[in-house]
Ligand binder design. Structure first.
Ligand SMILES: Nc1ncnc2c1ncn2[C@@H]1O[C@H](COP(=O)(O)OP(=O)(O)O)[C@@H](O)[C@H]1O
Ligand SMILES: O=P(O)(O)OC[C@H]1O[C@](O)(COP(=O)(O)O)[C@@H](O)[C@@H]1O
Length: 313
């Protein structure tokens, strides 16, 4: 049987997380700890879903030694991989955790160069993987060589097979992707402000901006994440504001992806929007309290659900 969820990561990464006492710009930084994880937005979503007991296939474009490393890590976690191989090396994204501030600074490479042939083969691979799938998740940046409209092509393929898509991208890839009417999107506040070309300071402004997307673009759900400030989940008729329970942030990498996975989990389980707002917030918050690109488990999420502070707006 094909997996229930297909995730797409056109630009995966080996995430290398290092810890320093305090970042010294233009100085020598001694690394205290190093951690290597499989990364990239769709891949992280597949990792979370696997831990939630949902079967997910991780589709990606990858190359070289890092591709083998990613595949090994995913297969060890029981995740089915569908990798389209490209010439070159998959990127290594560096995440630097400053222990004095508990903030993570990210250095993401541009990624592997892809050509038309790779993209055409990937589209065909995606179309085949959609057979029997209930949801598709498309996440992250596009690699050099892919046009900004490529996510639109993939979303249209999914629609031909009646598979709803959750899109988590930024910049032109997000703006073009939205034109293909994904079912749901998960921008962070910064990405949404970039899309609208204006600041969205108040929750009410943010809700009305999200409703513009719902009314004008046909998106059904908008989940806006705001780092330590939490998140807002918006549909045409409801909106919920979630505030995280207190944590010691360790590495926030993968927190947004955990929210996307929790959204899919809630959809598959027929949860209400209010429940989805709670689950997505708990998932993101727990992942932010874990090292590297290590993600939350369903037991950890369930144990914290009633600690999410939630109200309707
Ligand atoms: N410093 C933090 N403290 C508590 N929770 C956090 C923190 N940073 C992130 N989170 C949790 O992770 C979620 C996603 O974080 P965010 O940084 O907005 O995502 P993205 O990585 O996609 O930009 C937030 O809504 C929140 O629940
Ligand atoms: O494709 P992009 O935008 O460079 O992002 C890739 C990076 O984002 C991540 O998927 C984490 O994303 P989130 O912190 O938004 O959950 C990393 O694993 C990866 O290195």
């Amino acid at each position: 049987m094909n997996p229930a969820v297909v995730t797409v990561t056109m630009n995966p990464a080996v995430d290398k997380t290092v810890h320093v006492d305090k970042i010294e710009l233009a100085g020598l930084n001694r690394i205290k700890e190093v951690r290597i994880d499989a990364g990239g937005k769709g891949i992280n979503v597949a990792k979370v879903l696997a831990g939630f007991g949902v079967s997910a296939a991780a589709l990606a474009v990858a190359g070289g030694y890092q591709s083998r490393l990613l595949r090994d890590k995913l297969e060890q976690a029981g995740i089915a991989c569908g990798f389209e191989e490209a010439q070159g090396e998959t990127r290594v994204n560096l995440k630097v955790v400053d222990e004095s501030t508990r903030q993570t600074t990210e250095f993401n490479e541009r990624g592997i160069q892809v050509d038309e042939g790779v993209l055409e083969r990937f589209t065909a691979r995606f179309a085949a993987a959609l057979e029997g799938a209930r949801y598709a998740v498309i996440g992250g940046s596009l690699p050099p060589g892919a046009s900004a409209g490529y996510y639109r092509t993939l979303i249209e393929e999914a629609h031909k097979r009646n598979v709803p898509v959750i899109l988590d991208a930024d910049g032109p890839a997000f703006a073009e992707g939205v034109e293909a009417k994904p079912f749901a999107i998960k921008p962070n506040l910064h990405e949404l402000e970039l899309y609208f070309g204006r600041q969205l300071k108040e929750d009410e402004e943010l809700v009305s901006a999200a409703r513009e997307l719902i009314r004008n673009k046909g998106v059904k759900l908008v989940l806006v994440s705001m780092g330590g400030d939490g998140s807002i989940l918006i549909s045409e008729t409801e909106a919920y504001r979630a505030r995280p329970f207190p944590i010691q942030p360790v590495s926030t990498v993968g927190a947004g992806d955990s929210m996307v996975a929790a959204m899919v989990y809630s959809l598959l389980g027929g949860r209400t929007l209010e429940e989805m707002a709670r689950i997505t917030s708990a998932a993101g918050t727990i992942t932010a309290s874990k090292p590297g690109t290590q993600v939350c488990t369903i037991d950890e999420v369930e144990a914290k659900l009633d600690q999410v502070s939630l109200f309707s707006i």
